[in-house]
Design a protein around this ligand. Structure first.
Ligand code: SF4
Length: 756
């Protein structure tokens, strides 16, 4: 009898939207089936373990309800929420050929009738692999002339804010947190969604470090901190400026570092003088003494590490908040000491050759002959229900030679709380929506507006997905998508400094296909003859790395990397991080930086020239206890994320739902707020504002600041009533970057049955 081939172990990378980008080893048996996923112990940051979301990943890959074949909506079935488990009744299986032919024909017809910009791609970080996130898809839509999506929903406000201060998103290496003596986690639930930082935090604490957490919600991380400071939502900028006030008042700043590395110190100092501890206490809910204590502790402990995460910037003034917080380690010179400084993201260190991957030059060959307009994904409801409607009814199709934008104009920065709509001619209405790597039916703000848009009979919607979701319910075609075990990709990270290769471990299940395959095929059906649409993933990885004649990458920081080394090792550090104990990486300690002044910018001349506030300041959110709207809707809602889901990903899996059962369909309320409304533990309550309503079960939580309520994001179709917390959130945009403002939401609460 012939011997069975041995088990194979393949190096892959978790591509879910998480800073950790874990190295994952997949064991595959002789039948080609994955039988084990585990962390790669040789990866220096992710060190051989996986989070609870991915540890049982095979439950996801082999889930019985995976979408495995192309599906077409049955004739006559209206677009509306479908009962979970009954989706197949609305769709019929078709072949890939039928699906691709029909989709290509419909996109061509839409382009001819309304102009190519009437076609809108909608994707985000359902996969953060370099190819899967943005490569062949971008080529396809550039060549087509489809609208460009302004991908703002998650991190753009914070990212732009950080870059205004530092030029690029670098941060202290994750491994160096172990050397800190103070760790300030600001809006960072390390335990929940950055778990590979946690062992370094624990090591630091064993060596005497204190962990301070600033977060309105008592997260798992906050619960085990030495000090949890539950400030009111949206008051982070005020607190950061208050800390600066104390630091400067007491002479705790690092004058030598400031003189050498920063720009605009005098102006910042003048601004910070306004933020006395007493004023800041009134906004944040802290005492003046606590603000002074925090400032002294932060400024006098060496090394002091700041872990800032993106929750902070999902408020109307989130950009200003991130700018102000990011300035703290520059003021105290914390960057100078290994184990000190801060980290929002490390993504700025990965200099992928995006031009080669995305080919924006293909837009010249589109019917527009230019780059298409930008449409802001954080205002999808408006984009589907308001954008271009009047124009469509009036002048019909035209292709102006100028690029326009819909709520995606970078010039809007720092217009606090601007609504997405613009008065100018924004171009045609959206007539075709192509969704991949995302589930806007669950995650986009202002769910009811999004749903009205998705229900439009005249909107042609394609969704490339692994499961039937809140978005596929409205699709004309559902196309089966691969998981990271089923395709090849290359990946950086936003929580460490390693380039990693993710090799295909198993054959795709059913007829699932990758993004690269899908958009390459579709391009060929559309008659796009450019050779780049036939590139293989392996060729595209070489393009992303800009492999030169000698076989090495020519990207900055990757010059030592070859594809062969990646295949052999699985993960390779960026050059500056290749020998940290001999040559530690201390970001922002030598210039020039990638800012206009070449220095850390406390004061931004660029913002001043644009007529915007060049300094960080605190402007209370329109939707906060200080706004007019609070008279009618006095409670501040935290529409928070789950620890065990990735936004809406994983929420359909029974094991993950079980881990989140404690807060499932619950509204967490401070006991005083509950009492004032006659609400008790376990009562059904109606949470509402002008945008929508949701019924949840009250759960008292004295750790929340009074006046703040919290509820978790979930799939709408898995909630009783068929809506989720995004029925309450708005499409108002952040002050910088046009991001979503999930954490600036006002609501009122009544016991269910009591009408408002
Ligand atoms: S979700 Fe994050 S922590 Fe979990 S396996 Fe993926 S990269 Fe690692």
């Amino acid at each position: 009898m012939a011997a069975s081939p041995p088990l194979r172990v393949i190096h892959t990378v978790c591509s879910h939207d998480c800073p950790d980008s874990c190295a994952v080893l997949v064991t595959v048996n002789e039948e080609g089936r994955a039988v084990k996923v585990e962390g790669d112990p040789s990866q220096p940051v992710t060190r051989g373990f996986l989070c609870g979301k991915v540890a049982k990943y095979l439950d996801r890959v082999y889930a019985p309800d995976r979408v495995l074949y192309p599906m077409r909506r049955k004739s006559g079935v209206a677009k509306a929420p479908l009962q979970r488990g009954h989706e197949l009744e609305a769709f019929e299986r078709v072949s890939w050929d039928e699906a691709l032919d029909a989709i290509a024909a419909r996109l061509q017809d839409t382009s001819d009738r309304y102009g190519p910009e009437s076609i809108l791609p909608y994707s985000y970080a359902g996969t953060i692999g370099v190819l899967g996130y943005g490569s062949m898809d971008r080529r396809f839509f550039h060549r087509l002339g489809g609208s460009q999506l302004d991908r703002t929903i998650c991190s753009e406000a914070g990212g732009q804010a950080w870059n205004l201060v530092y030029g690029k998103k670098f941060g202290m290496p994750t491994e160096d947190f172990r050397l800190a003596k103070l760790i300030l986690a600001w809006g960072a639930n390390i335990h929940g969604n950055n778990i590979h930082l946690w062992p370094f935090v624990e090591e630091a604490r064993r060596n005497g470090a204190r962990l301070i957490v600033i977060d309105p919600y008592r997260t798992r991380t906050a619960a085990v901190a030495d000090w949890h400071i539950a400030i009111r939502p949206g008051t982070d900028a005020a607190l950061a400026l208050g800390l600066m006030h104390v630091i400067l008042n007491e002479g705790l700043e690092d004058r030598a570092y400031i003189a050498e590395m920063t720009h605009g110190f005098e102006q910042l100092a003048e601004r910070a003088r306004e933020y006395t501890p007493q004023r800041v206490a009134a906004w944040t809910g802290m005492t003046a003494g606590e603000i002074e204590q925090l400032a002294r502790e932060y400024a006098t402990t060496r090394p002091a590490a700041l872990r800032l995460n993106y929750g902070v910037q999902r408020a109307e003034n989130g950009g200003a908040a991130v700018r102000a917080i990011a300035m703290l380690p520059a003021l105290t010179g914390a960057w100078k000491t290994r184990g000190g400084g801060g980290q929002l993201s490390t993504s700025g260190a990965f200099a992928w050759d995006k031009k080669a991957l995305e080919r924006p030059d293909l837009a010249q060959a589109s019917p527009l002959g230019r780059l298409a307009r930008l449409v802001n994904m954080s205002a999808l409801g408006q984009a589907l229900t308001e954008l271009g409607q009047a124009r469509d009814q009036g002048s019909g199709n035209s292709h102006p030679s100028e690029q326009r934008s819909f709520a995606g104009d970078p010039g809007r920065e720092q217009k606090n709380g601007s609504e997405g709509a613009t008065e100018q001619d924004d171009g045609p209405a959206v007539h075709a929506l192509f969704v991949y790597n995302s589930n806007p039916g669950a995650v986009a703000p202002n769910h009811n507006a999004v749903r009205r848009g998705l229900e439009r009979d005249d909107l042609f919607t394609v969704v490339h997905e692994q499961f039937f979701t809140d978005t596929t319910d409205y699709a004309d075609f559902v196309l089966p998508a691969t998981t990271f075990l089923e395709h090849t990709d290359v990946q950086g990270a936003y929580g460490h400094y390693f380039v990693q290769l993710s090799q295909q471990a198993i054959e795709p299940r059913g007829e699932a296909r990758s993004n690269v395959w899908l958009f390459g095929q579709l391009a060929q059906r559309m008659g796009f003859s450019e050779a780049c649409f036939r590139d293989t993933p392996e060729e595209m990885i070489r393009q992303a790395l800009a492999i030169g004649a000698d076989g090495h990458s020519t990207n900055a920081g990757m010059e030592h990397i070859t594809v062969e080394e990646l295949e052999r090792e699985g993960h390779v550090p960026l050059a500056f991080h290749s020998n940290p104990d001999v040559r530690p990486f201390l970001p922002y300690t030598a210039g020039p930086l990638a800012t206009p002044s070449g220095k850390i910018e406390f004061y931004s001349e660029a913002l001043a020239a644009a007529g915007l506030d060049p300094l960080p300041g605190f402007v209370p959110p329109v939707e906060s206890r200080w706004g007019e709207m609070a008279k009618q809707y006095p409670l501040e809602l935290l529409a928070r994320k789950s620890d065990n889901y990735m936004n809406s990903t994983f929420a359909n899996l029974p094991g993950h739902r079980k881990m989140e059962a404690r807060t499932s369909q619950r509204l967490e309320m401070h006991p005083e707020d509950a009492k004032a409304r006659g609400v008790g533990e376990g009562d059904m309550v109606r949470v509402f504002n002008d945008r929508g309503a949701i019924e949840l079960t009250a759960m008292l939580n004295a750790h929340l600041p009074a006046g703040v309520v919290a509820a978790r994001l979930d799939w709408a179709k898995l909630n009783s009533g068929g809506v989720n917390v995004n029925a309450l959130t708005s499409e108002r945009l952040t002050d910088i970057g046009g991001g979503a403002t999930f954490y600036s939401t006002l609501v009122e609460v009544r016991k269910a049955g009591n009408r408002d």
